[in-house]
Design a protein around this ligand. Structure first.
Ligand code: GRF
Length: 194
């Protein structure tokens, strides 16, 4: 049985698309059973629907500052879909300890830097400004600190002399798609063996 994964997105969903595509191989170890989004009309929703994956949108705005109230509805949707593992993929919400604890050890994230370098936003501009020779991406387990948590894997790409944040982001994104699919597959196979 493949592990039932939910991918949580807020926008474009290119990682989500890569995760869905990789899941379709017979030995992927997981299936994307749900794509959950907090932004109505986000680009990733149409892509998921075109790939025949169930989607649900739960906007955070009606909950105002009560992040946990929003998360409780999100959590209900995940449990109703019998989700076992969450893959955050450009889900632009800071999570409360409540949701993190509820999915402790079963929630992954991808971040576009070589953590612990550059947690947070604008990672590519920061790496270029620092004069770094390489950039990359990190897949990690989600813990209560933002972009912290045990690292499952990283991929490195060179920073070229004429790189802009946009050109570097594009090169890193390609690496993200491969790394995330691989790490999520390995993680789910590991769970199945436990
Ligand atoms: C990616 O760069 C990911 O590392 C970060 O958010 C971005 C999402 O991009 N967490 P996409 O929606 O998967 O294209």
């Amino acid at each position: 049985m493949k592990t039932r994964v939910a991918v949580l997105i807020s926008g474009t969903g290119s990682n989500m698309a890569a995760l869905i595509d990789a899941s379709q191989g017979a030995d992927s170890g997981y299936e994307v059973a749900l794509v959950l989004c907090n932004v109505e009309g986000a680009g990733g929703l149409a892509i998921a629907a075109a790939k025949n994956v169930e989607t649900v949108t739960i906007p955070h705005k009606p909950f105002g500052k009560d992040r946990e109230a929003h998360e409780r509805v999100v959590d209900e949707a995940l449990r109703a879909a019998r989700i076992e593992v969450i893959a955050l993929a450009g889900y632009m919400r800071i999570l409360t300890p409540w949701l993190v604890r509820a999915w402790d050890g079963r929630m992954l994230n991808i971040h576009p830097s070589l953590l612990p370098l550059y947690p947070g936003l604008d990672t590519h501009a920061r790496a270029i400004a620092a004069g770094d020779a390489e950039a990359g991406c990190t897949v990690h387990l989600v813990t209560e600190g933002v972009d912290e948590g045990p690292i499952l894997g990283q991929a490195r790409v060179p920073i070229l002399a004429d790189d802009t944040p946009a050109s570097l982001a594009e090169r890193v994104k390609t690496a993200e798609h491969t790394l995330y699919s691989q790490m999520l597959g390995d993680f789910c196979k590991g769970l199945a063996r436990k």
